[in-house]
Design a protein around this ligand. Structure first.
Ligand code: PEP
Ligand code: MN
Length: 340
């Protein structure tokens, strides 16, 4: 439910509404607007109705939030986008585009450094790199683990690029919080609700990928798990879904971008790499994402993809990244967005 206060409502009246909600175990989110303050009351709607909030001083009306996702809903944000900084790089603002690039997985210090330098020189705002890899087979390369995190930390110190890396298990959360700037939750863990609550408490921005077979409603309800812990810095990522089409690794749902921009206030980025599994298609889909209004992309880049330990066929050559980035940036500019 949403409690809309009158324009004249005092702070004490707002506090009284929040206290009443919280006493009933309802999560209250106060959203000051230009004219009025609204309070999102996230909990059992019947319970909220029974509180009789309409009768309280300063309350104008109590209206239902009609969508199944609550905190992620644009209904709750007065349609203002959520934007935040990651070490000075703006994410989610109407006029910025965020280019996250790097290897699928950290393999060696040299490989990570070479790729990081190439993407930094071409305007990337953050470095991606997996240390713990969620592989479909337990016999595939699983990543370097903590050693990979150490390499990432060294490269961050050298290049200044903030780090995005995937957390696959809550047991690594504290170490991640020390090293990475954005904690990625992978497609396979989108509905790992325990992990979502852990990253919700980490005080780090979260990059939440859409599950392989998840609907957009399910993605936004997964985001609610992070948001309800008080972490409002969540970036959503469309990364391709399972459909009847098998020509590509997944089917990139480009329509998800404008749909999400309508239905949520959270930033939306696209991963054109895992969506296709073929580097020849990554450029066109990255450009499509930018032209569709995405707030950024996350793309895999390797200095020697033929020798990559994971996802070689779709990683872009580091030497081609500058031209790739320039074309994507040109498409983002069509919508008034510049590289962050
Ligand atoms: C990744 O980005 O490294 C990854 C494994 O992606 P996804 O979770 O989308 O498959
Ligand atoms: Mn990969």
């Amino acid at each position: 439910m949403m409690v809309v206060m009158t324009p004249e409502a005092t702070q004490a009246e707002i506090d009284a509404v929040v206290a009443k909600l919280e006493a009933r175990g309802v999560h209250a989110k106060v959203m000051p607007g230009e004219l009025t303050t609204a309070i999102g009351a996230i909990g059992d709607p019947e319970g909220v109705r029974e509180l009789g909030l309409e009768g309280l001083a300063g309350v104008d009306q109590v209206i239902p939030i009609s969508r199944p996702y609550k905190l992620a809903s644009s209904e709750l944000s007065h349609h203002e986008p959520t934007a935040f900084d990651v070490d000075g790089r703006r994410v989610g603002a109407r006029d910025t585009f965020c280019l996250i690039a790097g290897p699928c997985t950290v393999e060696t210090p040299d490989q990570t450094r070479t790729v990081a330098r190439a993407v930094a020189a071409a305007g990337a705002s953050m470095l991606r790199g997996g240390a713990f890899k969620p592989r479909t087979s337990p016999f595939s390369f699983q990543g370097l683990g903590y050693q990979g995190l150490e390499i990432l930390a060294e490269v961050r110190a050298e290049t200044g690029l903030p780090l995005v890396s995937e957390l696959t298990s809550a047991q690594h959360a504290d170490r991640f919080a020390e090293v990475v700037d954005v904690v990625q939750v992978g497609a396979r863990n989108m509905q790992n609700y325990g992990l979502l609550e852990v990253v919700g408490k980490l005080d780090k921005p979260v990059l939440l990928k859409r599950g392989l077979s998840s609907t957009l409603d399910e993605l936004l309800m997964a985001a609610d798990y992070v948001l309800k812990e008080g972490n409002e810095r969540v970036v959503l990522c469309e990364r391709g879904i399972r459909t009847f089409e098998t020509a590509m690794r997944f089917t990139l749902d480009v329509g998800a971008v404008p749909w999400l921009k309508l239905h949520t206030h959270l930033p939306v980025i696209v991963d054109p790499s895992h969506a296709t599994g073929d580097r020849r298609l990554v450029g066109p889909l990255a450009r499509a994402a930018a032209a569709a209004g995405a707030d950024g992309i996350i793309v895999e880049v390797h200095d020697d993809p033929e020798a990559a330990l994971c996802d070689g066929p779709h990683q872009i050559y580091a030497k081609d990244f500058r031209a790739f980035a320039a074309e994507v940036a040109a498409h983002a500019r069509l919508l008034g967005k510049r590289l962050a």
